[in-house]
Design a protein around this ligand. Structure first.
Ligand code: ATP
Ligand code: FE
Length: 338
């Protein structure tokens, strides 16, 4: 069964073709335009989607080496995300489904980040139900209990900023370009994580908060730059390593609490921040030290991509879970809603 997946929720236009849950192609067009603005500009994002969507879909079909008439369904991101961005993918998916006379499957982007684990891939083992998923992305930070493909429950989440925002805002304070998360990761690998200490937030056992940490980092940098204007350049690696260490420690504290509370030891991570090398390393260590089974997605399925939309579409297809042409895009959508 061939499924076409389309993702356009934020600033990446992506299309992917899967055969029975195996990825044949996964084309992602990043939008460079936002770097100059230090963040995603919604209006520019929808314009870029509009330009990218046809070539990206064509390339995905071409690289999969199939004819579009062989497609059995089209899966598209319905939400959550930026409305203008979502509308481009949604409208395109509807038109193509009418043109080809095949069904539509509306996909919840946050479920898709998690279901990326079920892509048929040698390098990935599939988590058994129930498992806990730490979803860490640009807009979300959640611990989700996953009881079945489409049966998810949020056990805890952030009270303010998402962890991806914490990375990106910290990077901005350091004068690094957007998105700064991957850069902090890069510099951190050369630094000492124990150099600087930042205060960890006090919230519920399975909840998160990152806005206090961001303010703490801002004050710390301002104070030091006042004394030495080259403070950032001279200590960039150690600063990044210390910030990353603190963030990963917060994430691990919450996971440990969740394992204690639920008794579930199958732990997956999902979302853009799960590309982070430190969280991947620490989770691997937890296998030996804590007896957890951990599930880490292949690198290209962590940040936004259409392969995760395609696999979610495939799983929905198997359950006869189709949408119709009246399905609308929605900016807000919880992981536990359809
Ligand atoms: P959401 O899925 O919540 O709607 P999004 O789709 O914008 O948000 P993703 O694409 O899943 O978010 O993730 C992007 C985030 O991941 C950015 O904040 C980026 O900085 C962060 N990120 C990517 N790679 C790394 C890394 N190696 N280390 C830390 N953060 C990273
Ligand atoms: Fe995302």
């Amino acid at each position: 069964i061939y499924i076409l997946g389309i993702e356009s929720s934020c600033d990446d236009t992506s299309a992917s073709v899967l055969r029975n849950g195996k990825v044949l192609s996964n084309v992602v067009a990043n939008q460079e335009i936002h770097t100059a603005y230090g963040g995603v500009v919604p209006e520019l994002a929808s314009r870029a989607h509009q330009q990218n969507i046809i070539p990206v879909v064509q390339q995905a079909i071409q690289r999969a080496n199939i004819d579009k008439k062989e497609l059995k369904a089209i899966a598209f991101t319905r939400g959550p995300g930026l409305m203008g961005s979502l509308l481009v993918g949604t409208s395109f998916a509807k038109s193509l489904s009418m043109g080809l006379g095949i069904p539509l499957i509306a996909v919840n982007h946050m479920q898709a980040h998690i279901l990326a684990h079920f892509i048929d891939e040698k390098e990935q083992k599939k988590p058994p139900f129930p498992f806990l998923c730490l979803t860490i992305s640009g807009g979300h930070t959640q611990i989700v209990k996953v009881s079945n493909y489409f049966e998810m429950e949020v056990l805890g989440e952030t009270m303010d900023d998402a962890v991806g925002e914490a990375f990106d805002k910290s990077a901005k304070i350091l004068g690094l370009p957007y998105p700064g998360g991957p850069l902090i990761d890069k510099y951190a690998q050369l630094g000492n994580p124990k150099t600087y200490k930042f205060t960890k937030p006090k919230v519920g056992d399975m909840d998160f908060s990152f806005s206090g940490l961001k303010t703490g980092i801002l004050r710390f940098i301002q104070k030091n730059v006042q004394q030495n204007s080259n403070f950032i350049e001279e200590n960039l690696n150690d600063i990044c390593a210390s910030i990353q260490h603190t963030i990963v420690e917060i994430l691990m504290d919450k996971l440990k609490n969740s394992v204690k509370i639920t008794g579930i030891k199958h732990i997956a991570i999902a979302g853009g921040v799960s590309a982070n090398s430190e969280i991947r390393k620490v989770l691997k260590e937890a296998e030996k030290r804590r007896g957890w089974s951990t599930y880490i997605p292949k690198f290209e399925y962590t940040t936004d991509n259409a392969a995760m939309i395609g696999i979610t579409g495939y799983l929905a297809y198997l359950e006869n879970n189709f949408s119709n042409i009246n399905t609308s895009a929605t900016a807000r959508l919880k992981v536990d809603s359809k």
